[in-house]
Write a protein that binds this ligand. Structure first.
Ligand code: NAI
Ligand code: MG
Length: 481
């Protein structure tokens, strides 16, 4: 232990990467085969912790997207929609089992490509992704029980576009319910984190899933737009920025396409004076520093009741000094690399705005690697409700802290946001939990915990955080007529 802080100096404990297999170049997974992009364009994917190139990824054109949609339509008509539901379930179950067998490899690739700590990809992302497939495999032949008195009908071809913060998990959230409800899929991963979706394509190929049921097309925003604008797609499911979500909404107006959007957030984490303080501090740390704050439902606005504010902030600062920032492959690491140079730039821009707005900044004092994209966990106190850093989504390890006196005041402050994705409440009293959860305008509210996910519970937002729910039966319903 060093004197200045309570931090133990651990020897590095690096996860080895010698046994994972990455190709130099990845093509498009269309109709069960690997196909070169029509314009022969590729882009690099890098490891954001080292800035080293990992592989080249195909950049799908409009023509490639068209090919993928045609394959998905054919598979829908001829195979998937006419197959017995219990047979469909077996395929989804098999994909889940194969993912489990490849869990270690998937976790390592997720960490290399995206920058998140191996502890999180190993213990959270990959197991949860497997569980989504298991969960929806179970529903595939019980749709009539799930929705009694309804004529169960799938939608057709689903176009799915996902972001870089939980690459494999988001692929699972999108693909598993779509298949269970009898649809076929064209999915586009985010450009900085395509590798685990491509590994999933290899797994899907090995599972024997009929060709064309799942197609993975990689590329940039233009590839996403080609999916959104394709006339033969029945449903668009998007997770990403509010800006792109709004664009998508505009482009489907006047078409018969169904849309579900899961967008950003600026979620309030509220600590009342009777809360178990040490537990709450852990929850605050988990709420904002988990996955470098690259979490749409991150607890990025902390509200602490005035009488305990000094104690909470003191303990939070102390806890921050014991966090490890660095190599995501090190099992001791709490905070890994920011996903991209652009995102690091965005976060640094907001930190400077916070300083210029006159808030008080406090950061973890530590060395950060000179290569790669890293950001010290940061908190701001003395923050005005109207300040930019308390209003806009930062999507990084940056927390604003405000105090409040009464419950009514904190409800008003928490709801004063264009977003409404999640919230957290910390208190000893059940009645207070119910009072707050009924008045907070957020899709998900955690009580005495934060950032907990389960395939059986629906997830989604209000207002500019989007609409539609994923997970649970709600998530299935989004893929049925
Ligand atoms: P983005 O919304 O541009 O990217 C998300 C996905 O949409 C990617 O697969 C991208 O290729 C695709 N895309 C981009 N333009 C498109 C278009 N015109 N049509 C169809 N698809 C398109 O997000 P970006 O630029 O990576 O991140 C910007 C900000 O968005 C972040 O700083 C964060 O605030 C927020 N964000 C929120 C996420 C969430 O989980 N709600 C996830 C990622 C980012
Ligand atoms: Mg990458």
């Amino acid at each position: 232990m060093t004197d200045s802080n309570n931090k133990w100096e651990y020897a590095p404990s690096l996860e080895g990467t010698s046994h994972i297999q990455l190709k130099e170049k990845y093509d498009l997974f269309i109709d069960g085969k690997w196909i070169k992009p029509s314009n022969n364009r590729y882009f690099d994917t890098i490891n954001p912790a080292t800035e080293e190139k990992l592989a080249e990824i195909a950049w799908a054109s409009e023509d490639d997207v068209d090919l993928a949609v045609m394959a998905a339509r054919k598979a829908y008509k001829e195979v998937w929609s006419v197959m017995k539901a219990s047979e469909r379930a077996k395929y989804i179950f098999r994909i889940a089992r194969l993912m489990q067998e490849h869990a270690k490899e998937l976790a390592l690739i997720e960490t290399l490509d995206g920058g998140k700590p191996i502890r999180e990809s190993r213990d959270i992302d990959v197991p949860l992704a497997c569980n989504h497939f298991f969960y929806y495999a179970g529903w595939a032949d019980k749709l009539q029980d799930a929705f009694p008195q309804r004529n169960i009908q799938s939608l057709g071809v689903a176009g799915q576009i996902i972001p870089w913060n939980f690459p494999l998990l988001m692929a699972a959230w999108k693909i598993a319910p779509a298949l269970a409800a009898g649809n076929t899929v064209v999915l586009k991963p985010a450009e900085s984190t395509s590798l685990t979706a491509l590994k999933l394509a290899e797994i899907i190929q090995a599972s024997g899933l009929p060709a064309g049921v799942v197609n993975i097309v990689t590329g940039n925003g233009d590839t996403g737009a080609a999916i959104v604008n394709h006339p033969d797609i029945d449903k668009i499911a998007f997770t990403g920025s509010t800006a792109v979500g709004k664009l998508i909404q505009k482009s489907v107006v006047g078409t018969s396409k169904r849309v579900s959007l899961e967008l950003g957030g600026k979620s309030a984490n509220i600590v009342l004076e009777d809360a178990p303080i040490d537990q709450a501090v852990e929850g605050i740390v988990n709420g904002i520093f988990f996955n470098q704050g690259h979490v749409c439902c991150a607890g990025s606005r902390l509200y602490v009741q005035e009488s305990i504010a000094d104690e909470v902030v003191r303990k939070l600062k102390q806890r921050m000094q014991s966090l490890y920032v660095g190599n995501p492959l090190d099992k001791n690491t709490d905070i890994g690399a920011i996903n991209s140079k652009e995102q690091l730039g965005t976060i640094e821009k907001y930190i400077n705005i916070g300083i210029n707005e006159g808030a008080d900044m406090y950061q973890l004092e530590c060395e950060i690697p000179s290569k790669g994209f890293f950001c010290r966990p940061t908190i701001f106190t003395n923050v005005a409700q109207s300040s930019v850093i308390a209003q806009e989504e930062i999507f990084g390890p940056v927390l604003t802290i405000q105090t409040f006196r009464t419950i009514d005041e904190v409800i008003q402050k928490a709801n004063n946001s264009p977003y409404g994705l999640a919230a957290g409440v910390w208190t000893d009293k059940g009645s207070r939990i119910f009072n707050l959860t009924s008045k907070l305008r957020a899709g998900v509210i955690w009580a005495n915990t934060y950032n907990k996910f389960d395939p059986a519970s629906p997830f989604g937002g209000y207002k500019e955080s989007g609409f539609g729910r994923e997970g649970g039966l709600h998530g299935l319903e989004a893929y049925l007529k």
